[in-house]
Design a protein around this ligand. Sequence first.
Ligand code: FES
Ligand SMILES: [Fe+2]
Length: 373
Amino acid sequence: MSKNISQQLMSRLINHILANTSDEVDDCLTEPANFFTDINRFKKERQQFFLDTPQLLGFSGDVSEPNTFMTFECMGVPIVVTRNSLGQLKAFINACSHRGARVADGGGNKKRMSCKFHGWSYDLDGDLVGVPSSQCFDIDKASCSLTSLPIVDHQGLLLVGLSQKVSKEKLNEFLVPLDSQIKEFNFAKLKNIAVRKFEVAANWKLVVSLSHESYHFANLHRESLAPIMTSHSVFDQFGMHTRWAFPLKGIERWAQKPRIDWPKKLPGAISHTLFPGTVIVVNAQDAQIIRVEPGSSVDCSVVYYSGGCANSDLMEESLQAYNFGGDIFANEDLPVAEQCQQGIMARQADIIIGKNEPVVQLWHRLWRGELDS
Ligand code: FES
Ligand SMILES: [Fe+2]
């Protein structure tokens, strides 16, 4: 058996295509409507799953060199990640000590960050180093540093903690169950190329579920995805994280060829989902991240869809892959999640998750298990 993870997945997928099967489970699962409408559950999920759990911000390629920075937003918190001149990785709340405006936008290469409101400036260690008209401020600069957050770069993935409960140790351990699986994807090479933000009138769990079953491809994505992808898929669980993969049409032709000639990257998509639902989609070109967060109430969520590019010479292709997936997600998937929320609230009856939606079932069990344990 090949050691290459993509080729192992390809082999399992080809077997499914040839046998006209897919990874399935033995039973359906039902879930009551209040799983998506209960305010207390929503509040607990928000705290436990998002604020007290490591969150994936993006790929680390933008902050791999000394004197670089990159900005993000996570759970409403503006964040700037820096790599100082000594190569140390840091993260701060991107909010000026003067009156809270942002001290950095976008990303880039520089040694100082300057707030655009009144010009207070900070070095990449978050220390306040410049105050225009400083005679007007009776402050101790040392006590006006940016507020730091714990962060690690785990195999090219930037993981941050938003509450006291997320220690550096917790950040370091979070992805260990996935380590052997993600190594070959070399996420550290990826630079963030673009991000789209959506506000969606649906519970965050309904939005996460969109990215975990291919049962809907033939119908909802009849004209976009279905002509090129099959709905055969394979899934695996690694601790509190999952992997789900599905192929482009026609990969079964590789069954006739020696394994040595198979492509190194799966002709298809491999989705690694980090608890509680952040998806890293690896495709033949590059990778995208879909991070779904609870919004301001139980029936709304905030979604960030971002793209990564491994080779700036192939930026066009990366943008194409990013836009292809993003347009389908925005125009076909997200509107249907809003319909589901509205329908669930109106019906107040159980929903049903099929045997052919095993990863959605798995996530429902993980969410329930974690919160109710
Ligand atoms: S808010 Fe940043 S300098 Fe005033
Ligand atoms: Fe979809």
